[in-house]
Design a protein around this ligand. Structure first.
Ligand code: ARG
Length: 462
């Protein structure tokens, strides 16, 4: 071989590698085969191919599927992508009939069909996992509707809440995620198949038939939009990003809570790791990884948004870059939901530490101000300053306001000298938590109401 020929061959190989997506889009083989069977059935019904050819095609495709599943299928880079690889093997197996499959179809509508089918399935799978996790959160919450926890704003102790109520805030986030995954599929319900390269086809196809066979609601109405659309991929990437952000926020709390400073929870030994140098340590690697993996998932969303932003109509090869990020994000959220569910199910909850922490930071101070407004007709702003005096008094005695005696309260400010002893009830932390009884509030009663709401939702929603 001449120098020149060797160089030519090397360049050809390099190009094959650069151009190919087969290494990753083989993930779509089931959807590709499903789409091809539907297409062939439609072609036969329309008399575009013969019934015998259709039978051969269908049997051949099922044979290819078997080969892929038992590992005997050879994925060759020269075939470029999953679509060409399957078609070329089919033609090897059944001869001429294989060559008729691609009538009235292009890889442009084929890949859009395969990827939409894949994403529809994943939206359902992920939403199911979200439900399992919501159920876990509700179960744990139902055991902790009385467990006092310092509710925070600005990461500072603010007002007493219960731990169940805190967990249910996460259940609300994951319920919204669930709804987003489900509602995406409304927009994914338009069959791309039969759009062909960009403008439809002169063959007498029946797109409604292939649409029906694939379980879509209706065929997409514009071939031009369909072959260049990747909104469905962007949506799942956004939905996964939001869900991972929620997992990451919960992970962050677990990391804080499991520190010595908080000591609210302990990760079970299975989900905590040790340090290779400090034998006394127990590290929250698992929630840290969940928090960290959120970064790559955001990256996948930003990558595809960037790929899409300047594409002229219609199909452009740039969109081949849509798949790896989606596969990666799907894999990440799938494992992350399993892991966070297991972490929460095995979490050791230190209710004593939570309740003890409530005695730091005068969590029931607002209750004193509210009491003065309600019972003495004092304007809120004045009550606020009187309460400040009580807080100073408590600080000087090294106590929490919930621990003050009646005399201590009465002596804190001139205006309090006749205050009734019932104020002690108001400053009690549990009473304080239960006094926030407005709809959506933290009282044990309202928390139980929320649990009931979630139980009904879990039962009734598909
Ligand atoms: N592998 C390609 C992709 O993922 C399939 C579509 C190819 N179409 C084309 N006109 N080259 O986008």
């Amino acid at each position: 071989m001449s120098q020149e020929q060797i160089l030519k061959n090397t360049n050809a190989k390099l190009l094959d590698q650069f151009n190919a997506s087969i290494m990753f889009d083989k993930e779509l083989y089931t959807q590709d085969i499903k789409g091809s069977i539907a297409h062939s059935k439609m072609l036969a019904l329309q008399g575009i191919i013969s019934v015998e050819d259709q039978k051969k095609i269908e049997q051949g495709l099922l044979e290819v599927k078997k080969e892929i599943q038992n590992g005997s299928f050879v994925w060759q880079i020269e075939n470029e992508d999953v679509h060409m690889a399957i078609e070329s093997r089919l033609t090897q197996l059944i001869g001429d009939a294989g060559g008729r499959l691609h009538t009235a179809r292009s890889r442009n509508d084929q890949v859009a069909t395969d990827f939409t089918l894949y994403i529809k399935e994943k939206n359902i799978e992920i939403s199911k996992k979200l439900k399992v996790f919501i159920n876990t959160l509700v179960d744990i919450a139902s055991n902790h509707t009385q467990t006092l926890l310092p509710g925070m704003t600005h990461l500072q102790h603010a007002q007493p809440i219960n731990f169940g109520y805190h967990l249910l805030a996460y259940a609300n986030m994951f319920k919204r995620d669930f709804e987003r995954f489900i509602s995406s599929n409304k927009r994914n319900d338009y069959s791309p198949l039969g759009s062909a390269a960009l403008a439809g086809t002169p063959h007498n196809i029946d797109r409604f038939k292939s649409c029906e066979l694939l379980g879509f609601k209706e065929p997409s109405i514009s071939a031009l939009d369909t072959v260049s659309n990747r909104d469905f991929a962007l949506e799942i990437l956004f939905n996964i990003s939001t869900s991972m952000m929620h997992i990451s926020r919960l992970s962050e709390e677990l990391i804080l809570w499991s520190s010595y400073e908080f000591g609210f929870v302990k990760m079970s030994d299975e989900y905590a790791t040790t340090s290779s140098i400090m034998p006394q340590k127990k590290n929250p690697d698992v929630p840290e990884l969940l928090r960290g993996k959120t970064g790559r998932v955001y990256g996948n969303l930003i990558s595809l948004l960037t790929v899409m932003k300047s594409l002229p109509l219609a199909y452009n090869k740039d969109t081949q870059e849509d798949k790896e990020g989606v596969f990666d994000s799907v894999q990440t959220i799938t494992i992350s939901l399993d892991i966070i569910d297991a972490v929460m199910n095995t979490l050791i909850i230190n209710t004593k530490a939570m309740e003890k922490a409530c005695k730091i930071g005068h969590l029931s101070a607002t209750d004193l101000a509210d009491y003065l407004v309600q019972n003495s007709g004092i304007p809120f702003r004045e009550a606020y300053y009187i309460t400040k005096d009580v807080v100073s008094k408590a600080n000087s005695l090294d106590k929490d306001v919930s621990e003050l005696t009646l005399i201590e309260i009465q002596s804190a400010n001139e205006k309090l000298k006749n205050i009734d002893k019932e104020i002690l009830e108001y400053l009690n932390l549990r009473n304080s938590m239960n006094s926030r009884d407005s709809y959506g509030g933290t009282s044990t009663k309202r928390t139980k109401e929320q649990i009931e709401y979630f139980r009904n939702w879990l039962k009734n929603d598909k």
